[in-house]
Design a binder for this molecule. Sequence first.
Ligand SMILES: [Zn+2]
Length: 299
Amino acid sequence: MYVTKPRLFFDFALKNRFALPSFNVCNLETARAVIEAAEAEDAPVILQTYFGDLYYGGFDVLPQLLRLLAEQARVPVLVHQDHPDRDQMILRTLRSGYYSVMYDGGHLPLDENIRGATYIAEVAHGMGAVVEAELGQFGGEGQGGRVEMASPEEAKRMVEESGIDTLAVAVGSVHGQSSRLDLKLLEEIAEITPAPLVLHGGSGIHPDDVRKAIPMNVVKVNIGADLVRAWMKGLQEGALLEGGHEPPHHVAMKHAGAKVTEVARAKLSLMGGSHQATPMQRKLEEAVADLQPSQAVVV
Ligand SMILES: [Zn+2]
């Protein structure tokens, strides 16, 4: 199922106390491997593309490919646009049919971040999509290594003033690196704002911290590095396998795909999504329309 009611999708996860791993995918094989994992776990899932994935997979190809795979999946699949390289990319992905996009303003001064997110929220909401904004900096790859923690007061202002739907908060996780979360800070943020929360750098977060974070309104955890590592290692191993009558490139890619599926299944299960796909899909099918965006107080 291609999810077109993203607020209901996140609301279901929030109410049922589980989080959705959001996997970075860039081609047919990785996307299919993630969907296979979700079907095996009977778990809803998110496929996401950051700008590098879109340039690699093709702007006119990858969104359509993901939509087709999602439509054929036996579980709800939300397609999300992760880190854009410029605001224009958000508009392009919306036009391509994405129902979930990210406004990447964590590096900006708060007022500027709010202003940009407010504009994107207006546009995206007009098209039935949800917007994830970012507060603080996760650091690691692509962000110059700089880590800046989110503040609860700023989180409250960000949500109330911009009208965004989900908020990615930097509370210790780092893109592509091992980390422990500042759970006290996360709890303070969850108490001050009702917005569903997102964590980036999910590959390296200690599993105990992932479990503890979920009751603190965390509904989405981005997973990039772990999937890429599994895919690359699988290709290297697969290239050495004997395939009998099967073409060697098929053997290698199937092996790599199986490795990706293994990692994805473990993340889906860790975040509590197993067996949630069937009840969620029923809810999504029964609803006439998506939930309304929360009312933003535009200043
Ligand atoms: Zn990120």
